[in-house]
Write a protein that binds this ligand. Sequence first.
Ligand code: ASP
Length: 391
Amino acid sequence: MIQPLRLLLCALLLAGPALSQAQSTTSSSAAAASAATAPDPSRITLVIHGGAGTITRALMTPEKEKAYQDALNQALDAGYAVLKGGGTSVDAVEAAIRVMEDSPLFNAGKGAVFTHDGRNEMDAAIMDGRTLAAGSVAGVTVVRNPVRAARAVMEQSEHVLLTGAGAEQFAREKQLDIVSPSYFYTEARHQQLEAALAGERKAGTPDQLNAPSATPGKSKGKRKGGKAQGGKAQGGKAQGAVLPEEQIFTEGKKYGTVGAVALDQFGNLAAATSTGGMTNKRYGRVGDAPIIGAGTYADNQSCAVSCTGWGEYFLRATVARDVAARVEFASQPLPQAAQATIDKVAKLGGDGGLIAVDRQGNIAMPFNSEGMYRAYIRATGERKVQIYKAD
Ligand code: ASP
């Protein structure tokens, strides 16, 4: 009896410091955060994006342009109302994202792109820069607002990332809005899938999106296939063909992912991202959006970041964390840090963009694609909605 008791005592003594260390880390960062949290409504800032890609005036009609501007303004209004009312950055980014998830214009929630099998599989993430708490879901098919599920994971589970059926079961248990998979159907997105599949048939390389055999070379608008990995061409079976991948990416990224980053009056940052991924994706593919540090990141020590673009490249470059690390460790100003990271993505051969905000309310919205739906609003009333590179 004495021996087990001794063992228990030893275990408690050993575990004690570890447990209290974990707790003190939490409470000291909370204390650090609250030390600088005298409410200051003049600093509130919200930045959103609705995806980057081949967005040019030539491809746009005045009606379409107006529809996007209206939707972005609605999302800004929803998030800003939260901030203005004294709400938190986490509430604000969720509110802004939900508006865009409910709009068929964006590749998130209603309007998500289709997988190879004709399904809508969505990913989302949210992160609280005050505590570094984070939550995400991947491959969900019946959750009306994936960002809500991500937030529930962050706040009501001991996990960070839940996938597929498990994430859906969790969402049901948390009584989130569950819809039929058909809710996410839109004709335009389905046509994009049809076009991508037709491109595959024409090229005769049905597995091209995932084949590890082609050159990933980069030349604007003339991507020569293979999956989004660096390295040398091994087989070259698809060389010279107009590959479905190019089309898939062009179509899939034209009306992309949505994201939001915010600074609230308490000086706290938050980021969230939601997406349907990329048209014709298969095998349960997951992109950067729900991966903390790749597509989404927020830390009061540096900045909040949400990305959009070809997820495989953003995953490899751990884009969101890369921006934050430049700010935190190299003391780079936010716009410079954000641009340097997007340049890194470009160097790998990827394209896309990001939005970011820091605790001083500095913002950055760099992208290396032709356009990016983006908008911001500040407490001063300054508001801007932009689409094209020249805006
Ligand atoms: N980054 C997203 C993904 O790869 C796509 C997008 O931004 O539109 O899943």
